[in-house]
Design a protein around this ligand. Structure first.
Ligand SMILES: O=C(O)C(=O)C[C@H](O)[C@H](O)COP(=O)(O)O
Length: 207
């Protein structure tokens, strides 16, 4: 699973208000060359959207984002999510995700967060909110003392095609996450061709 994220190095983060949008969105991403998506647990449609992708698009690696409670982690796994992420680090969520067999990356932003994650044996961490926290320079400085532990990061928050290469150039960055190519407005308006175009542009910038 992790190898597949690392291969494309981009995780589109999507907020879906309507589970009916999940399938055309998956098709738009696939047409752009991305077979991965993170559906955030911020809407009532998240669970059904994950189930719809897991059932209809077995070739897509579907994950759940914004997992704030153990119960959400379990629901995400039961709906078919194969990975989970959160903006922060909640030991109870980590415990439940692990017991359920859901690959989970907690969010970190400080040295203490990283040490808490390492003590819970988490080595692939979301760095959030990447841009507001200081961008690639901040992540480089933050990760310095921990690089030898094998920890890797998925910076997310404020990333776009314009700056993703600066993050991906850091050896500690496994992949980047972001919502710009699957913007809520584009999804609501059914602008699938534009999502495909932005996905291609992002993959080109990442390579
Ligand atoms: O919900 C989560 O699991 C998160 O970690 C937060 C999201 O990844 C960001 O909200 C995406 O940020 P933008 O790309 O700036 O829109």
């Amino acid at each position: 699973m992790i190898d597949r994220i690392l291969a494309k190095r981009i995780v589109p983060v999507v907020v879906l208000d309507d589970a009916e949008s999940a399938a055309p969105l998956a098709e738009a991403l696939l047409a752009g060359g991305l077979d991965i998506m993170e559906i955030t647990f911020r809407t009532a449609a998240a669970e059904e959207s994950i189930r719809s992708i897991a059932t209809s698009f077995p070739e897509v690696l579907v994950g759940a984002g914004t997992l704030l409670t153990p119960e959400q982690a379990q629901r995400a796994k039961d709906a078919g999510a194969v990975f989970g992420l959160a903006p922060g680090l909640n030991p109870e969520v980590i415990k439940t995700a692990r017991a359920a067999g859901l690959e989970f990356s907690p969010g970190v932003m400080t040295p203490s967060d990283i040490e808490a994650a390492l003590s819970l044996d988490c080595k692939l961490l979301k760095f959030f909110p990447a841009g507001a926290a200081g961008g690639p320079g901040m992540l480089k400085a933050l990760a310095g003392p921990y690089a030898h532990t094998g920890v890797k990061f998925i910076p997310t928050g404020g990333i776009s095609s314009a700056n993703l290469a600066d993050y991906l150039a850091l050896p500690v960055v496994a992949a980047i996450g972001g919502s710009w190519m699957v913007d809520k407005k584009l999804v609501a308006e059914g602008k699938w061709d534009e999502i495909t175009r932005l996905t291609k542009e992002a993959l080109a910038a990442a390579s």
